[in-house]
Design a protein around this ligand. Structure first.
Ligand SMILES: Cc1ncc(COP(=O)(O)O)c(C=O)c1O
Length: 377
């Protein structure tokens, strides 16, 4: 089976974890601090605050900005549900604005139309490792005096205009096992704002600045030393991993170009957490071409996947909360997208197998148009 994701762990990770196990210090300690410093330096910000997951990072970042009941947060409907769940967890209301066909990310114009007097924050997502339009979204946040929280969970190492994602607003990263770098489970908040970082540190640890003195309502959302040891080693490899992802993406795109050329958006450094093609058929048959191709690839032992088959506003949870919005771009994408293996553990033979299976599968399923790249096409 050619997997859609595969953590790449070596001798360095084994040694680093063993050293932690032998040290006797398992819970948050000096390695977490070192990982925070190294990650802040990598992203190009003053502060980083480690957390137990990407979801925890988003939750804590929003709380640290003072987001809570009565507030609205404008976000993308075309994302993993954790993005919106973190907003709900603060007591605020997620407001979904449609995404752009160009990058599958929050459309700045639609986001602008969704701002009300209750809006407290913008929460764009850098989906598949493709940076959102941070120039327009930063300007929008500034114009309306909103907090800008970036869901960079899929985009460690990506940049916009030469500047790393997670440095435009408050960055939230995930180190889940399938991500471009991993600690098994883990997360990180990045910011230039020392006061915000201090609040985040309180919130992740029961409001304690000093042990057993609780100043505000906080939680246990800490990272372990084992996770930090993995993070420090994986961070050193991140750029090489991302280079491999980009080279694999290029290889696929060149060979699938008979279908349609991929397009990377100038000025944006895509790190291909996913390599996502679009398979579209006439409206009557929408979804069938994509799902037939998915089945064909799986029969050939290629693990392709759909991220995400149901946009967040159509999830039972959000419909149950009364959401009846129509967001045509997100809804169409959820019927058409298909992610192919692109991770750095793939061999040349694996990539060739993916290319020929996609070509054959497409010929069989007779999809009439395919766009490549996850960057829009
Ligand atoms: C876009 C996005 N947001 C949030 C998350 C949540 O991260 P985690 O699984 O580490 O909680 C993920 C990853 O799973 C994600 O892909």
């Amino acid at each position: 089976m050619i997997r859609i994701a595969q953590p790449l762990l070596g001798e360095e990770e084994e040694q680093a974890v063993l050293a932690v196990l032998r040290s006797g210090q398992l819970s948050q300690g000096p390695l977490v601090r070192r990982f925070e410093e190294a990650f802040a330096q990598y992203v190009g910000v003053r502060e980083a605050v480690a957390a137990s997951s990407g979801t925890a990072a988003l939750h804590v970042a929003l709380l640290a900005h003072g987001v809570g009941p009565g507030d609205e947060v404008v976000t993308s409907p075309f994302t993993f549900v954790a993005t919106a769940n973190a907003i709900l967890a603060t007591g605020a209301r997620p407001v979904f604005a449609d995404v752009s066909e160009d990058d599958f990310n929050l459309d700045p114009a639609r986001a602008g139309e969704s701002i009300s007097e209750r809006t407290r924050a913008l929460l764009p997502v850098h989906l598949y490792g493709q940076p959102a339009d941070m120039e327009a979204l930063s300007a929008l946040a500034r114009r309306h005096g909103l907090a800008l929280v970036e869901d960079a969970c899929q985009a460690a190492g990506a940049s916009f205009g030469g500047r790393k994602v997670g440095s435009f607003g408050t960055g939230c990263f995930s180190f889940y096992a399938t991500k471009n770098m991993t600690t098994g489970e883990g997360g990180m908040i990045t910011t230039d704002d020392a006061k915000l970082a201090a609040r985040a540190r309180l919130l992740r640890d029961h409001g304690q600045r000093r042990r057993y003195v609780s100043e505000v309502l906080g939680y246990n959302l800490r990272m372990t030393e084992v996770a930090a040891a993995l993070g420090l080693t994986q961070l050193q490899k991140l750029d090489a991993f991302n280079d491999r992802r980009r080279a694999n993406a290029r290889y696929l795109t060149e060979r699938l170009s008979g279908v349609m050329a991929p397009r990377e958006i100038p000025g944006r450094h895509h790190v291909y957490h996913q390599y996502t093609i679009r398979v579209s058929l006439p409206v009557r048959q929408a979804g069938r071409g994509r799902d037939a191709l998915l089945g064909y690839l799986r029969d050939r032992d290629i693990e392709a996947a759909v991220f995400y088959p149901l946009p967040v506003h159509k999830q039972p949870l959000y419909r149950g909360l009364g959401n009846r919005q129509r967001l045509p771009v997100a809804e169409r994408l959820s019927r058409e997208v298909l992610s192919l293996p692109v991770h750095p553990g793939l061999s040349r033979e694996d990539l060739d197998a993916v290319v020929s299976a996609v070509r054959e599968g497409l010929a069989l399923t007779q999809a009439d148009r395919v766009a490549v790249g996850g960057a829009g096409a």
